[in-house]
Design a protein around this ligand. Structure first.
Ligand code: 16G
Length: 160
């Protein structure tokens, strides 16, 4: 595929399109990318396919987006959002943003911000009254640039 040229520099730039996760993205480094955030595997192809179909069955209530580097065919950024349905706030809805990661070789290109903005817009279009996430302390500045603020502390319990 032809690469878009940057009108500012005249140099060729790879294009980064944001789209929904596809089942074939496992072959494009999707799991390896998640491994840059936390423990991601091991996972067989069958396990991946089954989980993919399960998530697909939730429709727009569970949306995983990816950015593919079209020049290499590699998945270089991802994030997901789950739409929680509540009784409070008159059956309000909340978008929970999860698993946001940008490939270490592709940082500094605003791809993470594009992912978060995309997921935020998805939440808004689904009728959510807010979008929220938890993250490491080092990522606080990044999420502030995405228009969020530190409203509370996060509490967690890991099961062995
Ligand atoms: C971060 C992620 C969270 C992910 C967790 C993995 C965002 C906004 N936050 O908190 O979604 O699940 O890291 O850490 O991407 P864990 O493997 O210790 O649960």
């Amino acid at each position: 595929m032809a690469e878009a040229s940057n009108p500012d520099t005249g140099k060729e730039n790879p294009t980064f399109k944001i789209r929904r996760l596809e089942i074939s993205d496992k072959r494009k480094g999707y799991m390896e990318l998640l491994g840059q955030l936390t423990v991601a595997g091991p996972l067989t192809d069958d396990e991946f396919d089954r989980r993919f179909e399960e998530i697909r069955s939730y429709g727009d209530d569970h949306f995983i987006c990816v950015i593919e580097d079209e020049s290499s065919g590699k998945i270089v950024a991802t994030g997901s959002v789950m739409i929680e349905k509540k009784f409070l706030r008159s059956c309000g809805k909340v978008g929970h943003v999860e698993d946001v990661v940008v490939d270490s070789e592709f940082r500094g290109k605003n791809l993470g911000k594009r992912v978060v903005e995309f997921l935020t817009e998805h939440s808004r279009s689904m009728g959510c009254y807010k979008v929220m996430l938890d993250c490491s302390v080092e990522k606080k500045g990044f999420y502030e640039k995405c228009g969020m603020f530190n409203r509370a502390i996060q509490m967690t319990k890991y099961f062995d």
